[in-house]
Design a protein around this ligand. Structure first.
Ligand SMILES: [Zn+2]
Length: 384
């Protein structure tokens, strides 16, 4: 049986999610603690820290802002401009960039910032997508690695010591208390929470024959390189209250475009717009851990009192973990084709990564599914 947080809808099957003795998850506990935060003082300490680092290092830009082109990074860039900072934005191209993702990235440039787009070799990337999917059940493995390594490599390369990341996902979505309260992103944080799933970049050459020189973008800089520039990565969410919906509204008022209809497997139309493979990533999360993107978003909105837990539950039952027959309007077969997989082969991989104990079964032991193939969970509420 899956046990759920008493306040939101996060399940105890979520990796690294801690529950207190009252049955409340770490994400809800961390959110409640935010009410105690003196944000004015945090903002002042942020400005002071940025000033100190820049006076010490005299870097050409005030900071690096890693940008996907999404609502959060758009809001992050706007915040930097509001604080009169001159950021160097760094984008790591997604695995299967959508048209709307391209539009929103262009929109960030037009806010009035310098932006470096780094696109790792797409031929190698497609191999890594397949390795990620087959080995650890995550097609987005190379993208998640690159999102964390490429901006840090850029910091070293362009000699800009300060990197401003967005939210600390361990605070927003739940994690060990000491890591949830962290204001910095370090190599240790990346290795624990960056989504490496036990597959190491250093293994890819020997195990899969990927040439070493094609793996450069995926390696975190060495400690010596980081120390030479004095690289520090801060979470903006530690200094300013973080909220996905507010970020969307701010971004939208500044040219950001949403999808216009609810994204497959999600419950909103304004996030995860930049990669057609995201639907597969989210579906595997559902197969492995029994929850998908709709659960995450519903839970953040329940915590903020925008919907009740019951309303969230209704949405999650209907939308969560949807079989990714399409993503952002692109058909599954067209998403799989470039990585050399058919839908049948994909199905076999899905089965391999399905935690069958999380789903209802018929008397033959086969998993029960909705008409669109989505497996039905064993329980949606706490079974006392
Ligand atoms: Zn919770």
């Amino acid at each position: 049986m899956i046990r759920y947080c008493k306040l939101c809808l996060l399940p105890d099957t979520k990796p690294d999610l801690f529950f207190n003795p009252e049955g409340i998850c770490a994400a809800c506990t961390a959110y409640a603690a935010r009410k105690e935060v003196d944000w004015k003082t945090r903002e002042e300490s942020f400005i002071k820290l940025v000033r100190e680092i820049n006076v010490k290092h005299r870097s050409p830009w005030d900071c690096i802002v890693p940008v996907s082109g999404g609502k959060d990074s758009t809001a992050q860039v706007l915040k930097m401009l509001e604080l009169n900072l001159n950021p160097l934005c760094v984008n790591s191209t997604t695995c299967d960039l959508s048209e709307i993702g391209r539009f929103n990235l262009q929109n960030i440039k037009n806010l009035g910032v310098d932006l470096v787009e780094f696109s790792p070799d797409p031929v190698v990337r497609r191999k890594l997508n397949r390795i990620g999917l087959e080995q650890v059940g995550d097609i987005s493995w190379p993208e998640h690695v690159g999102i964390f390594t490429i901006p840090v490599r850029a910091a070293v390369q362009f000699k800009v010591p300060l990197i401003i990341w967005g939210e600390n996902s361990q605070n927003e979505y739940g994690g060990p208390a000491s890591d949830a309260l962290s204001n910095t992103l370090t190599r240790k944080w990346l290795e624990e929470y960056g989504g490496l799933l036990g597959l190491r970049v250093s293994d890819l050459h020997e195990a899969f024959g990927i040439p070493q020189n094609k793996l450069i973008p995926y390696f975190y800089p060495t400690d010596e390189e980081l120390q030479e520039v004095g690289v520090t990565g801060l979470f903006l969410g530690h200094y300013f209250p973080w909220d996905g919906l507010s970020n969307y509204l701010i971004a939208q008022a500044n040219g950001f475009k949403s999808f216009g209809k609810t994204i497959e497997g999600s419950m909103v139309d304004y996030e995860n717009l930049d990669n057609h493979q995201t639907g597969i990533h989210d579906y595997f999360k559902y197969l492995k851990f029994g929850f998908g993107r709709a659960t995450d978003i519903a839970s953040t909105n329940i915590r903020r009192g925008r919907i009740t837990r019951e309303q969230g539950l209704g949405i999650v039952k209907e939308l969560d973990g949807r079989y990714p027959s399409s993503c952002l309007g692109k058909k599954l077969s067209e998403i799989l084709d470039p990585i050399g997989l058919t839908e049948n082969e994909f199905g076999v991989i899905c089965d391999r990564f399905t935690n069958t104990t999380l789903f209802s079964k018929d008397h033959n032991g086969d998993i029960l599914r909705k008409p669109d193939q989505t497996p039905i969970k064993i329980n949606y509420t706490n079974v006392e």
